[in-house]
Design a protein around this ligand. Structure first.
Ligand code: NAP
Length: 256
């Protein structure tokens, strides 16, 4: 029970990596606030956690909404006494290279993947600075290495990586007992990846699957639970000497 008596907020937790992280946190004793733009999905995850003896609550949240961030965080503190862990997980991956991507897609990607991490981190620091806490920002290997077909995504995830270090240093400088780290998943089998690959032309899909098999040293895509376990480590006291760090969970993809 590594998160006993802790209150955790996981965004985009109605599916994929966020869902697995919320479930893992609940198994370790946390009260988990599951937010998502898809409230039905968030409610279904919360209901299952509660039915299995955990403690979860679902809430509608579009992570790009600045005012809503303040409400969500303040409500959690009023209802549960504290916010101890925030996982900035919600994200989207729109396909487009530097030549064929649109400005609309670019701006949407930066708002959902980038600005939301700033908004969430800022809102969480405001309520964590006295009691302490752990903020986990889900970046990607795409924040470390380039991929020609996802220019806007690369830019957003690179931003999350370096923003995490800036915010971590700020908290350390101010003497706040808050640790902030980034997680860099490789290719994890979730709806995002299935839809991303599915939206490519068939020949490109085939090339992509062959490439993944060839280039992932562990020869397989990861599961959402692989990332959830990394988040659990960063959320709990076992990682108490880590801040501003990058936790890469990618089957070895970025090793070479
Ligand atoms: P996913 O399966 O698509 O789940 C993401 C969840 O976030 C969905 O429930 C989605 O709702 C929700 N969401 C989308 N926009 C939102 C918004 N504006 N506000 C609140 N919730 C929103 O994605 P995933 O693969 O689990 O990815 C989770 C995170 O991991 C993302 O930040 C992603 O970039 C990162 N990541 C994923 C991989 C991978 O291989 N899967 C690799 C590296 C990094 P809808 O379904 O209704 O849109």
């Amino acid at each position: 029970m590594r998160l006993q008596n802790k209150v955790a907020l996981v965004t985009g937790a109605g599916a994929g990596i966020g869902e697995a992280t919320a479930r893992r946190f609940a198994e370790e004793g946390a009260v988990v606030i599951i937010t998502d733009i898809n409230i039905q999905a968030a409610e279904a995850v919360a209901d299952q956690i509660n039915a299995n003896g955990g403690k979860a609550q679902a809430r509608l949240q579009d992570v790009t909404d600045e005012a809503l961030w303040e409400h969500v965080v303040q409500d959690i503190v009023s209802s549960h006494g504290s916010l101890d862990v925030l996982v900035n997980n919600a994200g989207i991956a729109l396909i487009g290279s530097v030549e064929d991507g649109t400005l609309d897609d670019w701006r949407t990607t930066q708002a959902v993947n980038g600005e939301s991490v700033f908004l969430g981190t800022r809102a969480a620091i405001a309520v964590m600075k006295e009691r302490g806490g752990s903020i986990i920002n889900i970046s990607s290997i795409e924040g470390m290495v380039g991929e020609p077909g996802v220019a806007a995504y690369n830019y957003s995830k690179g931003g999350v990586r370096i923003f995490t270090k800036s915010a971590a240093l700020h908290c350390a400088k101010e003497g706040y007992p808050i640790r902030i780290n980034s997680v860099h998943p490789g290719f994890i089998l979730t709806a995002m990846v299935e839809q991303g690959i599915g939206s490519m032309p068939e020949a490109v899909q085939l090339e992509m699957s062959e490439r993944l098999e060839r280039e992932i040293p562990l020869r397989t895509m990861g599961e959402p639970l692989d990332i959830a376990n990394g988040c659990l480590f960063l959320a709990c006291e076992e990682s108490k000497y880590m801040t501003g760090s990058e936790l890469v969970i990618d089957g070895g993809y970025t090793c070479r």
